[in-house]
Design a protein around this ligand. Structure first.
Ligand SMILES: Cc1cc2nc3c(=O)[nH]c(=O)nc-3n(C[C@H](O)[C@H](O)[C@H](O)COP(=O)(O)OP(=O)(O)OC[C@H]3O[C@@H](n4cnc5c(N)ncnc54)[C@H](O)[C@@H]3O)c2cc1C
Length: 349
């Protein structure tokens, strides 16, 4: 095929961001999704935070990913007539002595300073138990993934199809690929954790993790910031809160959270909040994680028309816009891939 026309398999955060990148450039595409009611992207809290984890470090390449994500979601919000991206104050309380010792040293690091609010957060002592030492992050936000995915799907119109695509149904040759009698220049497999079963990608070292979030009813007396001490809690527009999250490295098929992990998460939340709460629901899904990698992209080593876009881990909201742009430039313009993400650099052969 002389003109690009892409087939994207999977309408999660990865596939959707790529579809928008093609749309921006006027490149035709078809995006296909199996329509599972529960997926990583639909369950995700959509949190975007610069300082993360127990190490209290700035998230990898946040200064590159965040500005792109901000531009991308704001522009889309206008285009879709729906707001999907919500900057929020984010109060991170220190949870133990180790963190209290570490934090003053971290604050002196030049990369941390720009993301820390100059004022120590004041919290209503009646809603959160002691201790209250901590910091407020700048440039934190949450993405309403459900609205973003749904509104994008509606916008794509006939370019969106609901179907399960089996790897054996997509046939490639030197000039392109064929699926259900239609020709495309490339196929992009953006199918999340389910790619671990794809016969062409079985060698990719997936290390997927089941994650669970709780939906709770709790009166935080007007507190609108995201709060975190051992677990986080995000106020939702419908008045409920979401709280999470967990990591389970082995899980049954179909994926389901263990009762032990659910109990631990609920206990963390009850220890953190000083007000009564009611758990009304929980949701679990599998994060696509690739061992030792922040994401992998690019063509299969021996099938140049078959492209991979996966491994967004627990940072899909902030990383997918930049990565999708990078992948689109690689496919359409021949721009080299950053070796950090290049699938072929990980080929065991
Ligand atoms: C509990 C939990 C909390 C999270 N919290 C956050 C957070 O706060 N912030 C953040 O940034 N990230 C978070 N994440 C991670 C984030 O959800 C992932 O990074 C992201 O969803 C991965 O997107 P994806 O498109 O690669 O995969 P997916 O969301 O899995 O999308 C893949 C899509 O492909 C479809 N598909 C698969 N196979 C086929 C096939 N053969 N044919 C057709 N369709 C197919 C699937 O149905 C699915 O819709 C969280 C994840 C979980 C589970």
């Amino acid at each position: 095929m002389s003109q690009p026309r892409l087939l994207i398999i999977g309408q999660g955060l990865a596939g959707t961001a790529l579809a928008w990148r093609l749309q921006e450039r006027g490149v035709p595409f078809v995006i296909v999704d199996r329509g599972d009611p529960v997926t990583s992207s639909k369950v995700a809290a959509g949190l975007i935070t610069p300082v993360t984890g127990m190490r209290l470090k700035v998230s990898w390449r946040f200064e590159v990913f965040y500005p792109e994500a901000l531009r991308f979601y704001r522009k889309l919000g206008k285009r879709l007539g729906r707001r999907v991206f919500f900057p929020r104050g984010y109060v991170r309380l220190l949870q133990n002595e180790q963190e209290r010792q570490k934090w003053p040293r971290r604050l002196l690091e030049s990369e941390v300073g720009p993301f820390v609010h100059p004022h120590i957060p004041e919290l209503d002592p009646t809603i959160v138990t002691l201790p209250h030492e901590g910091f407020q992050q700048r440039h934190a936000a949450w993405l309403d993934t459900v609205t973003y995915l749904e509104a994008s799907r509606r916008f794509f119109g006939a370019a969106y199809r609901q179907a399960i695509v089996e790897p054996g149904e997509v046939h490639d040759d030197v000039e392109g690929v064929t699926w259900q009698g239609e020709r495309f220049s490339h196929v992009v497999w953006a199918q999340g954790w389910q790619a671990a079963r794809h016969p062409l990608f079985h060698w990719v070292p997936f290390q997927n993790a089941l994650g669970t979030l709780l939906t709770v009813k709790v009166d935080l007396q007007g507190e609108r910031r995201i709060l975190n001490r051992g677990c986080w809690i995000i106020p939702q527009p419908n008045g409920t809160m979401r709280a999470g999250s967990t990591y389970e490295w082995s899980f049954p098929n179909p994926p389901a959270a263990s009762s032990k992990v659910l109990e631990e998460l609920e206990k963390k939340l009850r220890d953190f909040l000083a007000v009564p709460l009611e758990v009304v629901d929980y949701q679990s899904a599998v994060r696509p994680i690739i061992k030792g990698r922040q994401a992998l992209l690019g063509a299969h080593p021996s099938h140049p028309r078959i492209i991979f876009f996966n491994g967004l881990g627990s940072k899909g909201s902030v990383r997918s816009p930049w990565l999708a742009k990078h992948l689109a430039e690689h496919i359409l313009d021949g721009a080299p891939l950053d070796p950090e993400f290049d699938l072929q650099a990980n080929d065991p052969a």
